[in-house]
Design a protein around this ligand. Sequence first.
Ligand SMILES: N[C@@H](CCC[C@H](N)C(=O)O)C(=O)O
Length: 292
Amino acid sequence: MRFTKMHGAGNDYVYVNCFSEPLPTDNLPELARKISHRHFGVGGDGLILIRPSEIADARMQMFNADGSESEMCGNGIRCVAKYVFDHAIASKSSLQIETGAGVLDVSLSLGDDGKCQLVSVDMGSPSLEASAIPTTIKTSGSVVDHEIDFAGQRVAVTCVSMGNPHCVVFVPKVTDEWVLGLGPVIETDPRFPNRINVEFVEVLSKNEVRQRTWERGSGETWACGTGASAVCVAGVLTGRTNRTILNHLLGGDLTLSWNDADGHVMMTGEATEVFSGEWEESSTVQPSATLS
Ligand SMILES: N[C@@H](CCC[C@H](N)C(=O)O)C(=O)O
């Protein structure tokens, strides 16, 4: 199976062009686990399938490194759009991509070589109702700067769904203790029945933040586009930031804007194709660990 490795701000996935490439198995969670493995596989934060769609230019299906499927991936959709354009699946700079969170509009900025460089995505409106996250922290209403204990540590959390679930925690300084210590605890807390992605955020100014993410199903990643969108919303809701922010992630920067008029979040960032190769399903050593 031919694959292409791509990343958006260092959030790297193995992409398969299902317009032309047959998948070697029906067991996609297992394929995702094996191909994402950083020692036994190609290595990546997960697997993204670029599929034909009946209602859009292409459909994105995404799996985390542990094989779980997510509704949405902000860095992934930028890479899918770049791939669809650069590989002539659709030759236009405004695209529609179908995701598990609906059809999203994407627009591409082209470089002098005619290839896609920057990608902007209309991420749609956030959902804030506790049941939509989902979380049992509250029975109704939104969860904004809500103080709660995780493993004996009291933190204020803001929960935002961008089609997939996010828990945003503002901290004075983003450290390993927060991300690697509390990230997995919050991800698997029973008050988040579908698990949750966790963003730890340092506010640098009203217009600028630094974020590190512990992702549901993949551990720490170098960026998270839906997470950065959730942070933009959480910053406004808690009065910490303006509606437009520059977000510094481990692997690069994203610009986010939460529009007052229509309530949609716009996300802009780069998307990069790294290399292509061929996956030999039969020659893969079965790893004993799920994550690298
Ligand atoms: N890195 C992604 C989000 C990927 C899915 C997430 N781990 C989940 O399970 O919801 C992004 O850029 O948004």
